[in-house]
Design a protein around this ligand. Structure first.
Ligand code: GLA
Length: 710
């Protein structure tokens, strides 16, 4: 076999297996017809032979190796007793089944086996790749790095989009040149991280939401990661992604294997929106558990910023009644409910209800919530323990650490060593007890500190801890399949496709500041669809930034996502209650569209605003939101061009929420806009509308409804 072709609805992936060694992707792009000649495709791009170069020029492949003379960063780094530091794999077997291929290769000198798993998702075009390495020799193989995938990026991709961030500032994006050298990203926090989300996008110069060719990659892993975009010294380009292994962490004894996390990758010739649609559809169809696919996302009330640790049963019941009357559908009791938990310095690990706050247990509150027609959710942070806890006093040896080093606390807590079976069993039993003895629909599963010296029996165990966490969640899910789980880690420090295989939504950020949230959600939306992204209306004075914002702006900011609120509802004035209830009602009315439609980010001429929307698959209905992030520099150039509408469709445009309180903008919005007016999709997309909003922290919501659907 010299070529192998995988096809999906919109793409073709052609592997060139003509050499004896590692295959290369001869083509990865739009779907080709059956007649396209593999041999012709394979010879489109050949590496040059030149005087000062190697006589057998190197061509980037699926797993670049040192043994071939590759000048860039190889896909495998490791050794056996200081030997076998370069690999040279040859194809052994190729197993091809519909849209998946497994290529098994061996390196006889190093006695290693490599399996490349490659799948092309038939519906969404997503390319899924991972690698498995097996040591066949009697000597242990010291593995330092094994790429899950190396992906060749065409030379015309000259720009990168990467992520950085912090607590209350997740998914911040950075644009940079994809030029000589390497842009290397490493995450050593033992969770997906606030700082280095494992996603990377490369594209043609100036790529935007709707323009340019882009390639996007994501490492689905909730632990340490290492990934980079490299311009190899010969000018070819690659992105590689893999797990970051600590020295000594992965030693393969005879017959042992190491399987990397999955890399999910996609391309788009229609800018970032095209890329996001593929990631969103794949996540919706293949990653998120059934619960999120088949159910409406209930509107959430969460107690955290409302009461923090000061739980008072009567007040909580009153708040639950109020929440229900305003239209909330799920009541989540956050941190503070368990034994002695009056602040964040104690009690983690002791998962019994606090008898002072809840003399008759959680039952009365849960019953009250249920009587009010809502789901009940509960906060837990299973992987952690406070030194000031019964659990720690009984089992100080259950935490991760390293002999000779002091324990480093973070938020006054230490990390339990899930690699020990008795620890994982203890946590499973506690969670199982809680879920078996209470009518709980939802767990908010938190993780509030990074791993530092993650030692298990003296060995580094970041990898093992991550796998053990997956094992624990899987066990809980298997025992309680009806219970939904939210992944939270001081906000959004554990959001990735692997954790979402076993959780149902994520807490995007601890920042409920709508200005900050707009930016965070925009970054997250590159990979994640809105229904998976928890977004709550916080208090008027934001607790993490001190900024004062209008309820309408806060509501509008959360509106498209998995909608909710977390502030003291009992402090609302009646007009604010009405406003909040109105937004909840409106959200429910459009929820199907918002959570099943195509999410779209708009290319706006004005960087001081944000524009996004959702368009139904059949393009008959769309909602768009435009928000003003700062005071505009000019008055007239306010054009907003919508996108992803049917060009020939006739749309009735209506302003649903003129949420800008400034008198100027009220005067600027024609009366007609409130009642509705009709325009062809083409006009809305090509010349657009002028939307004038002088006040930062204001926004508008448009409904676009096709009046002549075919
Ligand atoms: C983390 C979460 C918050 C809240 C607190 C409780 O910070 O991100 O939403 O649950 O923990 O301690």
């Amino acid at each position: 076999m010299t070529h192998l072709r995988l096809d999906s609805a919109g793409s073709t992936y052609l592997l060139d297996l003509s050499g004896n060694g590692l295959p290369r992707a001869a083509y990865w792009g739009s779907r080709l017809d059956e007649e396209a000649s593999p041999a012709a495709l394979a010879c489109c791009h050949r590496p040059p032979v030149f005087q000062a170069g190697l006589d057998t020029p190197y061509h980037l492949n699926l797993f670049p190796e040192l043994g071939t003379g590759f000048k860039g960063r190889p896909a495998l780094i490791g050794e056996k007793k200081r030997k076998n530091w370069a690999s040279l794999f040859c194809i052994n077997t190729v197993k091809h089944e519909k849209n998946a291929v497994k290529i098994i290769l061996t390196d006889t000198l190093a006695a290693l086996e490599l399996v490349l798993d490659i799948r092309l998702d038939p519906e969404t075009d997503l390319l899924c790749r991972r690698s498995t390495l097996k040591n066949l020799s009697p000597d242990p193989y010291n593995l330092h790095y094994c790429a899950a995938a190396a992906i060749e990026i065409p030379a015309f991709c000259r720009e990168l989009l990467s992520f950085h961030g912090c607590w209350t500032g997740e998914f911040l994006t950075q644009r940079s040149d994809f030029s000589t050298g390497m842009a290397l990203f490493e995450n050593r926090t033992g969770r997906t991280s606030h700082e280095v989300f494992p996603g990377l996008i490369a594209g043609t110069a100036g790529f935007s939401e709707n323009c340019g060719t882009v390639f996007g990659t994501h490492l689905a892993w909730s632990g340490n990661s290492s990934f980079f975009a490299e311009v190899v010294p010969d000018g070819s380009r690659q992105i590689q992604m893999g797990e970051l292994l600590t020295p000594g962490e992965m030693v393969l004894e005879t017959g042992q294997t190491y399987t990397t996390p999955w890399v999910y990758a996609a391309f788009s010739h229609t800018g970032l929106n095209g890329l996001s649609h593929k990631f969103h559809s794949f996540l919706r169809r293949s990653i998120l558990p059934e619960t999120i696919r088949s159910k409406k996302r209930p509107v959430v009330f969460n107690s955290w910023e409302a009461v923090y640790f000061a739980h008072d049963l009567d007040q909580l019941k009153e708040m639950a009644s109020k929440a229900s009357s305003l239209g909330f559908e799920r009541f989540v009791l956050d941190d503070g409910w368990f034994h002695g938990r009056d602040d964040d310095s104690r009690a983690l690990g002791d998962w019994q209800t606090d008898p002072e706050k809840y003399p008759r247990g959680l039952g009365p509150l849960i019953d009250h919530v249920k009587e009010n027609g809502m789901d009940f959710g509960l906060w837990v942070e299973p992987e952690m323990v406070n030194p000031d806890s019964m659990l720690y006093r009984q089992h100080p040896d259950w935490v991760m650490g390293l002999a000779g080093f002091h324990h480093i606390t973070g938020r006054n807590q230490l990390v339990l060593n899930l690699c020990r079976n008795e620890v994982a069993d203890y946590l499973f039993d506690r969670l199982n007890d809680l879920l078996s003895s209470h009518d709980i629909d939802y767990l908010k599963w938190d993780m509030n500190r990074i791993l530092t010296l993650a030692g298990h029996m003296g060995f580094p165990a970041f990898h093992q801890q991550t796998r053990a966490l997956y094992g624990l969640i899987d066990r809980v899910k298997t025992a309680h399949p009806r219970v939904e789980i939210e992944t939270c880690a001081s906000g959004g420090a554990r959001i990735d496709f692997e954790i979402l295989k076993r959780t149902d939504r994520f807490w995007t950020s601890d920042s409920n500041d709508p200005f900050r949230r707009q930016v965070i959600q925009k970054g997250a939306s590159l990979f994640f669809p809105p229904e998976a992204a928890g977004s709550h209306i916080g208090p008027a004075v934001c607790h993490t930034s001190g900024r004062v914002t209008d309820l309408k702006f806060r509501a509008l900011t959360s509106f498209f996502n998995h909608f909710g609120a977390e502030f003291n509802l009992l402090e609302l004035h009646s007009d604010q209650e009405e406003e909040l209830a109105g937004f909840i009602e409106l959200h429910k009315k459009y929820r199907d569209l918002l959570h099943r439609g195509k999410s779209v980010r708009l290319d706006l001429c004005d960087a001081l605003r944000n524009g996004y929307g959702t368009v139904a698959d059949d393009q008959t209905l769309a909602l768009f939101c435009i928000v003003q992030m700062d005071i505009p520099a000019q008055t007239s150039d306010r054009t907003v061009r919508f996108s992803h509408l049917a060009p020939d469709g006739l749309y009735r445009v209506r302003l649903l929420r003129p949420v800008d309180p400034s008198i100027h903008s009220k005067l600027s919005f024609p009366e007609k806009w409130m009642k509705g007016f009709t325009l062809p999709g083409r006009v809305l997309m090509e010349s657009g509308l002028s939307v004038f909003m002088p006040w930062p922290g204001t926004g508008v919501l448009f409904e676009l409804k096709q009046v002549n659907p075919i």
